[in-house]
Design a protein around this ligand. Sequence first.
Ligand code: DAV
Length: 391
Amino acid sequence: MQKRIVNAWNEWDELEEIVVGIADDAYFEPTEPGNRPTLRDKNIAEILPFPRGFKKQEVTEKANEELNGLVTLLESHCVTVRRPEKHNFGVSVKTPLFEVENQYCAVCPRDVLITFGNEILEATMSRRSRFFEYLPYRKLVYEYWHNDPYMIWNSAPKPTMQDAMYREEFWEWPLEERFKRMHDFEFCITQDEVIFDAADCSRFGCDIFVQESMTTNRLGILWLKRHLEPRGFRVHDVHFPLDLFPSHIDCTFVPLAPGVVLTNPERPIKEGEEKVFMDNDWQFIEAPSPTSSNEEMPMFCQSSKWLAMNVLSISPKKVICEAQEHRLHDLLDKHGFEVYPIPFRNVYEFGGSLHCATWDIRRRGTCEDYFPKLNYTPLAATTNGVSCLIM
Ligand code: DAV
């Protein structure tokens, strides 16, 4: 029997192979309808625009040092580590329907690709500058596809990313307005096309939880349901109404082991959506307050202080965490996890921390049902297979 290379069913089983991002040739994320990057310091932001063009070499080098440190740590745990190819992110993108001045970087494979068991799926993506971000990983995907006859490879339909796909006025809504609308789950993308970033999905064996966000809409979740249900998965949409700018689930709701999710105390799950976890004896552990406040995060970083909880599990007992997050280390230690601290703050301005900057290819283990007490209505059982999601 030929060995399976691609096999990962959840976020915590013993890790055997993973892709770690690289910071080479990274560019600042451009302003576009799906993204309005701003300087962290509000006073400076009033007088200076967000930078454009390539990131300075020394900034890229510092991030690469920390990414390489992660590689060394993973290899010391006998994990096979692969890296993306270099890519020229300075090339502008023009399709028949949009144009954007530059691309972004290959630091966060998690946003773009996801392994569902033996399948590698390329997400649609939601931003123009990330339309072609699968390219630095294509050579690797081909290699897995050639060497693992069981591997299934799919690429979700590319959205048009034309102006009409976005709701630009979203960016002008004052906070009170967003707060008022927080249960509408309407953000900068409309509901007319299939849109999702891979990092809005969290894998729990045969159950996949997908967050509705600025980067994933309801048709995106419906597409994932239709795609995954015939293979035995159950796909659930989840919401965190107090996150007024949601993007990617892995700073909000992070499973660490069967029965244990690290949760964000400022972003509780929507009332009623906790039930499936409680009914199945899952425990929510609240993350402690992060070391840096939002104001203290790096100037060009567009993520929140909750990158603190963007940890990477290498087994149901071992978690890699950012070095300065001592309160989190203590909490995990108290819950019986072995913590491996590693410096990673120089990676923050490239869009993420340890979970974002990786994409697991193989973890030991198979597809298990961690929610045996679950009332799940598959699409096939609903009227014409049309989900209540879009009604
Ligand atoms: O909460 O700031 C960051 C996710 C980055 N990929 C947050 C989400």
